[in-house]
Write a protein that binds this ligand. Structure first.
Ligand SMILES: [Zn+2]
Length: 479
């Protein structure tokens, strides 16, 4: 290939005098080029003219074309230890100016957004979207929750040595390659060929604006969906954690849904962004029969892993019930959850004695009976709370939202069990049965409910925690 061929191709793609181009390239992908990297650079500079500007990223492993451009005497460099560029042309100084002073490495006041502001292009010459640094600008502009602050770097500037770090810096794996089809379909990328190399040319502003919209709809838009990609699983968890923390209520999982063993529970909480757990079973054993020292060790391990134990839960009231209340007091667990049975009054006085909060879940009773019992149990000085099991109300033949919740039960409710079933008692995915879960979540949110919503409570949820969290967030999105 000769310079005249390359220039003709660049012109054919639409590049012209005065344009600004950020070039990511691989010389070897072109095949034979007479004059090598210098010819490629000369071709671009001749098309762009004196008013135009050619920019290359100069961090990480540098390609031959990048090295050659940077080595030219007329090239200007931006100062940045993590995201620098070099440029030649009319706007080079303006693009590179004070890069290190910008708040982030890639967003406002950096070469990447300045190129967009100048109406410039991103050109991928024989490389893929995974090399497209302007995509980092999109992530940083969105302040995506999985982005991290860099370590502090010390570097020289015209104003002396500077030490600083940058927030919203991208992490390891993202599926940038997967964006290419969306950008082609959206008419944002022009694709051509120079020699053996595929060339992708896009207006930087169009690229950024289109992906800002995508990212606002789905902050995970550049993460891969591979469950075995530890990077993306962690980044997805960071997005979910922020999403969950934005709610007034506390989203928790039952221990059983999170895993059989404590480390497994910690791991599934970590990978889904859940910070709270209702401990009901460990290794298949109900919390009630587990010796206190083992419960205590489990609570400390979970807490150390960043997972708060919000309550112990018993699925039935046995002779061990008061012992579970004592364990909660000793382990620093603030709350116990029991079924609403004849023993409720005894459990209430035991909980009061140990300074532990207590909540009862409805089992087979309809809402009027539940209300009457709770009202009778209420004494001055001790709160009586209801863990609202919509599934159990549905099984009792009621419409949980239309009937049960409105039967004065709202003032007792401090927890909603997130499970769903049909009237005949068949358990379903959330929002697919007759438990009116979506309506209940919605009405509780409308009242800024600050209690608990617990996935897998009642232990009849199908699938794993991942699927449950995803299903619940999907439900939230639809409200
Ligand atoms: Zn990934």
């Amino acid at each position: 290939m000769y310079r005249v061929d390359i220039e003709a191709k660049l012109r054919g793609l639409g590049l012209k005098q005065s344009d600004t181009v950020l070039l990511h390239s691989s010389l070897s992908s072109l095949g034979y080029v007479d004059g090598g990297a210098e010819t490629v650079i000369d071709s671009f500079l001749s098309i762009l003219g004196e008013e135009g500007t050619l920019v290359v990223p100069t961090f990480g492993t540098l390609g031959v074309i990048t090295e050659a451009l940077r080595a030219r005497s007329e090239s200007v460099s931006s100062i940045h230890p993590r995201a620098s560029v070099a440029a030649i042309g009319g706007k080079a100084t303006e693009i590179c100016r004070d890069h290190w002073k910008a708040e982030t490495a890639h967003a406002q006041q950096t070469p990447y957004t300045r190129i967009a502001d100048l109406g410039g292009y991103v050109c991928l010459l024989g490389v893929d979207q995974d090399r497209n640094t302007t995509l980092h600008a999109v992530e940083a502009l969105l302040k995506l929750p999985y982005l991290n602050r860099t370590q502090e770097a010390t570097f020289s500037t015209p104003e002396g040595d500077v030490s600083r770090s940058w927030p919203y810096f991208p992490g390891p794996h993202r599926d940038f390659i997967g964006l290419d089809k969306r950008l082609r379909d959206g008419g944002i990328v022009r694709v051509g060929r120079i020699g053996n190399a595929v060339v992708r040319l896009m207006k930087s502003r169009e690229l950024i604006d289109a992906l800002l919209v995508d990212g606002k709809v789905d902050p995970a838009f550049v993460l891969c969906g591979n469950p075995n990609c530890a990077d993306c699983v962690r980044q997805q968890a960071a997005i979910q954690r922020q999403r969950i923390r934005n709610e007034n209520f506390t989203l928790a999982t039952s221990g059983l849904l999170a895993g059989r063993y404590i480390p497994q529970m910690s791991e599934s909480c970590r990978s889904t962004g859940i910070d709270s757990i209702e401990l009901d079973y460990i290794q298949g054993e109900p919390a009630q029969v587990i010796p206190r020292d083992r419960l205590s060790a489990a609570v400390s391990d979970l807490t150390a892993d960043g997972c708060a134990v919000i309550s112990f839960r018993a699925s039935s009231v046995t002779e061990h019930a008061t012992s579970l209340i004592e364990s909660a007091a000793e382990c620093g667990v603030p709350r116990v959850v029991f079924p609403l049975t004849e023993e409720a009054a005894d459990l209430i006085s035991s909980a009061a004695e140990h300074g532990v909060s207590i909540s009862f879940f409805n089992v087979h009773l309809g809402s009027v009976s539940v209300y009457e019992r709770l009202a009778k149990l209420k004494t001055p000085g001790q709160d009586i709370n209801l863990t609202f099991s919509a599934s159990n109300f549905a099984k009792a033949g009621e419409k949980p939202f239309l009937t049960s919740y409105n039967a004065k039960l709202k003032r007792f409710t401090d927890q909603l069990d997130l499970e769903d079933c049909t009237f005949d008692g068949t358990y379903t995915r959330l929002g697919m049965g007759n438990a009116e879960i979506k309506e209940l979540v919605s009405i509780l949110r409308c009242a800024s409910f600050s209690g608990y919503m617990v996935l897998g409570a009642g232990n009849r949820t199908e699938g794993d925690l991942w699927a449950s969290v995803e299903g619940f967030l999907h439900l939230l999105d639809s409200i």
